[in-house]
Design a protein around this ligand. Structure first.
Ligand SMILES: [Zn+2]
Length: 438
């Protein structure tokens, strides 16, 4: 679609149609307006909706479907339902609190939407109109799925990647391959990148060692879903291995991340093999001196605490959330390390700081940045170019690849790669609202 957010596809057959995802456009202001536009699709044909996973850019517009008159089923895995509920209520709340953004939907809309949810399991086919649909574990975030759709009239098989994981992920089962498909609609977020080997545990150990030595503060702006749980798991391991002192406190200062972690605990069957084994003897998301800041008061107290400490706080790109308070309290100190563990979009505070601004102004406070700015690049939860090509390469009978959900450059680079590695396969790069006959 030439843009990374606002993921949604509408697949129509003779008399019925289904939608894959209905995500929110985020980031650029010109994209945000797209959220309010009713998509130009035939809503009379829409028989069912499938949701691949709970990220806002995939589920964020679902409550608007009711407004467009859709009363049919919305299919998703149980873990996706739990996380999507969290994400959608948060999105409704943020809209209410912000005076800039227009309110797309309310709590009541979210409540009604959740009543239309039908739970599905991986690898268990079910019908939507004239289509047979099968969810397969995408290994991206908890509950995430790729979707294989069979048109029962023509026998044609179409796979939708959803977001593919950076498999094998430390917390999750590996990505399930699609063995056979004629057409594949695939994401291209990192279509032009090869991820470096994972060594985030070592990087964090180094950062913690420095902080313990100088009695400094480590601030990690983190996304609530998946990334925060990965960080907790790493600290759990480091403390067990003696690479981090049991006494060093870690504050999880994000009510949403705290709730997401509880949801993680409810689905051990979705964990990686290593994590499953560990869960039998130990809680992988808990360790000595982990403080869950479930109230504003607990969050406020952090700034008075002297000595070494680690603060994991949202939002992940510092565009709001409790991390802003910690920026004011701690970024003026050379004994602070600010550690980025995820993508920082253009226009966010995180991106400006990463790019080297020396001073920030927040709520009338001017902070001269003395903190050391660090970045851990290996914690991506998206497949890179090689992993995407591997996913496509497993499909028997593939004749057409449709590349979506990426910015223009990665998509073009990936298109070239697909043409080289899968000769004879047609490659399409649709734009928003394009129709493709398959
Ligand atoms: Zn995602």
């Amino acid at each position: 679609m030439g843009t990374v957010t606002g993921s949604s596809y509408f697949l129509t057959g003779e008399s019925t149609g289904l939608m894959v995802d209905f995500g929110m456009f985020q980031g650029k202001t010109e994209d945000m307006g797209l959220n309010e536009a009713k998509p130009a699709i035939d809503f009379d044909k829409l028989t069912g909706v499938v949701l691949t996973h709970a990220h806002l850019d995939h589920c964020g517009r679902l409550p608007l479907l009711l407004r467009y008159g859709f009363r049919g089923p919305i299919f998703m895995t149980e873990a996706t339902k739990a996380l999507a509920e969290l994400v959608l209520y948060d999105s409704a709340k943020l809209a209410k609190e912000s005076d800039v953004k227009s309110v797309l939907y309310t709590d009541e809309d979210v409540e009604k939407t959740m009543k239309q949810v039908h739970l599905v399991s991986y690898e268990k086919p079910f019908m939507i109109g004239e289509f047979e649909v099968t969810f397969l574990d995408a290994g991206h975030i908890l509950g995430s799925a790729s979707v294989l759709i069979k048109d029962i009239k023509t026998g044609k098989l179409i796979s939708f990647s959803g977001d593919l994981g950076n498999t094998p992920e430390p917390l999750l089962s590996p990505t399930h391959w699609v063995e056979k498909a004629d057409v594949s609609v695939v994401e291209s977020t990192y279509g032009d990148e090869i991820h470096e080997p994972r060594d985030e545990a070592e990087d964090l150990a180094q950062i913690i060692a420095e902080a313990e030595k100088e009695k400094g503060t480590v601030i990690i702006p983190s996304f609530s879903l998946q990334r925060s749980q990965e960080i907790l798991y790493i600290f759990d391991q480091l403390k067990k291995q003696g690479k981090m002192a049991d006494e060093t406190p870690v504050f999880l200062d994000s009510p949403m991340a705290i709730k997401a972690t509880e949801i993680f605990r409810d689905f051990p069957e979705l964990y990686s093999r290593k994590l499953k084994t560990q869960t039998k003897v130990d809680d992988p998301f808990d360790f000595p001196n982990l403080v869950l800041c479930d109230s504003v008061e607990k969050s406020r107290q952090i700034k008075n605490l002297k000595g070494v400490k680690v603060i994991v706080a949202g939002s992940g790109m510092m565009s709001g959330g409790r991390v802003i308070h910690h920026v004011i309290s701690f970024l003026g100190s050379p004994k602070t390390q600010l550690v980025f563990v995820g993508y920082q979009a253009e226009g966010t505070l995180g991106r400006s700081i990463k790019d080297g601004i020396k001073e920030v102004n927040i709520w009338g406070n001017t902070v001269s940045i003395q903190a050391r700015i660090k970045e851990i690049k290996t914690m991506s939860s998206h497949a890179d170019q090689g992993q995407i090509l591997t996913w496509l390469g497993k499909m028997d009978g593939l004749s057409h690849v449709i590349l979506t959900h990426g910015e223009e450059l990665p998509r073009l680079v990936l298109a070239e790669k697909v043409r080289q590695e899968l000769p004879g396969v047609e490659v399409s790069l649709p734009l928003l609202n394009d129709e493709i006959e398959v």
